[in-house]
Write a protein that binds this ligand. Structure first.
Ligand code: PEP
Ligand code: MG
Length: 748
């Protein structure tokens, strides 16, 4: 293999730069020496370093050639003048005749009017803009490509020095970075407010040696590391065969980049110019990140992301820095990550105060886990992974989807007030924990909790829930990389029943498909997955998993009472077929001589409008029904529950919907069928009160909602609420919400 070219000029410049960095000088003096050195090496009369004072303002921090009295005086806005242009675009500007360039603006106090040519390159580190490095000459000459490349390499080294705080002194812009308060807006993933200190899920790799003496050794190191990377990616690909298409796509893209000649040769060229292997990787990564901020095409952005991930892996191989940095997790960690998988999140468990993700989504598995653990979560908080440093003070407002990083005192005070108010409310809820959810007019409502993980079970006692009204069994399947075994499921269900200590637990059989795709199952390319092959439909078509699950449940009960419900039943036959599977499973267990449950209840979830119109016989046969309001509402209004545009368009307190629900209550009453409601609306106090008023006397919700719901139920007169609903229906209004709000206000 031919060795890439070694550039002596830029190597000499970097070698001198390293000497300066090794000297005893610091701060301004060091920065001055550096600009002098660069001007000399670049054969230019001027070399200046502009750094960001704040997000939008650049300040001249050191110069060789311009008027020294303008240092720390001359400032410009992002985009202003040629320097501002370099900063805004994150790209070089190279011109022999600066004054005639569009956007040129000269700063009289610097005395720069006598200089004609201008070369400016961004100083950036991993997409974070730090400043601009400029050289200028009197003669009108365009800098050669090689000179531009050399200056970019120097800028890369400066960026590293800046990051390390190696030369920034008092008053310089960079010392302000990562110390100032930042407010980031994202989207609510899980409500709640929390304060803590930053814990980075993937701490940044620190490059401590940007300049290398021996390029041959660096070429070798890079090649070895890339080889290790390629082998790793191939292994991941082999392991992912049979997995989801998306995952394979990403890995294929990884492989493409890992084998890309262009990528490799750009990094080799930078090593030839004097950078160490890791600095060369990081320079490429910085360029990719800067591009990422510019491109709007979603596909291209994704690919740049892949390249970014790959660069991180390569850096970890080169530096030997794993995820373990030796840093100690703070006592009140707020987890910051670009994205995180559900299993990784479970590893952290309840120790986290809050989670902030740069990407993520409300419906992601990580969000499901965060909700199960009741940890405030904000997703789509852009820039959080570059802004936050380990140990930073952070306040997360999950209700508003807002993150305060390094908050100032006024924010801290206001936020702590909010937390205190929430804590006071929690105290109030705790004081009624053992009291019944009984309305002022004596109507008793059963409050149960929704769960899906073992980690949820401690809330059963803490929240005052009467039982588990919905145990979503799919979470156990979602948080793993492979199908759980029957013995594992059996052990888990057994532990759930143990923890419930005789309280009723309603196990819902696997509800996959739609938004819940198992990582190890081939996804179906369905145009409308929510209306597609999901839940009981999969269970009946591929009964293997359902049989395994039913068997695990029967064995876990081990003679104790067992309650099972089937999700997404749309017609009577489906319930019958599922029940027949249960009968078969019981017969098998009996034949094997295993203990059968002391009592068995088998119900269905009512999540499609069709089931509300099922024959009377269905209502008589089913042991109980539970309304899955999330799905039922989306099908009733034909409004996708995952689509932000339409999700909140239709009010649960819409008279049509309440009338529909009341119809179901009446049918159940006529057949004596037990009925509950377990969608998210059950946990919203106003909605819960209205549901109770139309006769839904059993509600199942997130454990954290039980206190607020109980508290409101105990304050209202449910007959009065019902009368308000009826009156609103008679008036022909769309929603009863304003009337209910007014009524509750009137209670004080
Ligand atoms: C529902 O649809 O209301 C429900 C409880 O089930 P899931 O949210 O798991 O679909
Ligand atoms: Mg559902």
């Amino acid at each position: 293999m031919s060795e890439p070219e070694i550039k002596t000029d830029s190597r000499q410049m970097l070698a001198r730069l390293r000497e300066v960095m090794a000297e005893d000088s610091a701060g301004q003096a060091r920065l001055d020496t550096i600009t002098r050195l660069i001007a000399e090496e670049m054969h230019s009369q001027v070399c200046s370093v502009y750094l960001f004072r704040d997000e939008d303002t650049l300040e001249l921090c050191a110069t060789e050639g311009l008027n020294p009295s303008s240092v720390h005086q001359t400032r410009m806005k992002m985009g202003e003048g040629l320097v501002g242009l370099v900063a805004r675009k994150g790209q070089r500007v190279n011109t022999p005749d600066a004054p005639s360039e569009r956007g040129f603006r000269y700063m009289p106090e610097t005395g720069e009017e006598i200089y004609s040519s201008f070369l400016g390159v961004p100083i950036q580190r991993l997409g974070e803009k730090l400043g601009v490095l400029v050289v200028q000459t009197k003669d009108a000459r365009e800098f050669a490509d090689e000179e531009v490349d050399a200056l970019e390499v120097v800028a890369m080294v400066l960026a590293e020095m800046a990051e390390l705080g190696a030369f920034i002194g008092e008053g310089a812009a960079l010392s302000a970075r990562h110390t100032q308060p930042v407010l980031l807006r994202g989207t609510t993933g899980q409500e709640g407010a929390a304060e803590g200190h930053v814990w980075l899920h993937e701490p940044r790799v620190v490059v401590t040696n940007p300049i290398a003496e021996d390029p041959h050794r660096e070429f070798e190191r890079l090649r070895e590391a890339v080889e290790e990377l390629r082998v790793g990616v191939d292994k991941m690909l082999a392991g992912a065969r049979g997995g989801g298409k998306e995952q394979l796509d990403v890995l294929e893209a990884y492989r493409m980049f890992a084998n890309s000649k262009g990528w490799m040769s750009r990094m080799e060229q930078d090593i030839g110019r004097g950078l160490s292997a890791e600095a060369a990787v990081e320079k490429e990564q910085s360029t990719a990140r800067a591009r990422m901020q510019q491109v709007t095409d979603a596909y291209l952005r994704e690919r740049l992301h892949d390249l970014d991930d790959l660069s991180n892996r390569l850096l970890r191989i080169l530096t030997g820095q794993g995820l373990e940095t030796g840093a100690e997790m703070p006592a009140d960690p707020v987890l910051i990550a670009r994205n995180i998988g559900p299993a990784e999140l479970l590893d952290y468990g309840r120790s986290l105060k809050a989670i902030v993700l740069e990407e993520g989504s409300v419906g992601s598995h990580a969000a499901i886990v965060a909700r199960a653990l009741a940890i405030p979560l904000v997703v789509h908080a852009s820039r959080i992974t570059t802004e936050a440093l380990n140990g930073d003070h952070i306040m997360v407002d999950g209700d508003q989807g807002v993150v305060h990083l390094r908050p100032d005192d006024t924010v801290v005070t206001a936020f702590r007030d909010k937390i205190a108010m929430q804590a006071q409310a929690q105290e109030r809820y705790a004081s009624i924990r053992d009291k019944p959810a009984k309305s002022r007019d004596g109507i008793r409502v059963g409050l149960h909790m929704n769960a899906g993980l073992m980690a949820d079970l401690p809330s059963l006692a803490g929240s005052g829930a009467e039982g588990v009204g919905l145990f979503r069994t799919e979470l156990q399947f979602l948080v793993r990389n492979q199908m759980p075994r029957r013995s594992e499921l059996c052990a888990l269900y057994g532990r759930v029943l143990d923890a419930a200590q005789g309280k009723r637990v309603v196990f819902r059989t696997l509800d996959i498909g739609s938004d819940k795709v198992l990582p190890y199952m081939k996804p179906n390319d369905e145009p409308n997955p929510a209306l597609g092959w999901r839940a009981i439909r999969v269970g009946l078509d591929k009964p293997g998993i359902m049989r395994m699950q039913l068997q695990a449940l029967l064995r876990a009960a081990n003679g104790r009472p067992l309650t099972v419900m089937f999700p997404f039943v749309a017609q009577f036959e489906e319930y019958r077929a599922a029940r027949a599977e249960m009968d078969k499973a019981i017969a098998r267990e009996k034949a094997l001589g295993h203990a059968l449950p002391e009592s068995l209840e088998i119900g269905a979830m009512l999540e499609t409008p069709s089931l509300a119109f099922a024959p009377d016989k269905f209502f008589e046969e089913v042991d109980f029904l539970s309304i899955g309001g999330n799905d039922l509402k989306q099908f009733f209004f034909a409004a996708d529950r995952e689509n932000e545009r339409v999700r909140k368009r239709y009010d649960t307190l819409n008279i049509s919907f309440l009338t529909f629900l009341e119809g179901i209550v009446k049918r159940c009453a006529a057949s004596g069928t037990a009925l509950s409601f377990c969608g998210e609306d059950a946990g919203r106090p106003l909605e819960a009160v209205c549901l109770a008023a139309i006769g839904l006397d059993t509600l199942s919700m997130r454990p954290a909602s039980i206190g607020p719901v109980k508290s409101l139920i105990r304050r209202v007169d449910l007959h009065r609420v019902k009368a308000l609903i009826d009156a609103a229906a008679a008036r022909g209004v769309q929603s009863v919400r304003p009337d209910i709000v007014a009524y509750i206000r009137s209670l004080g």
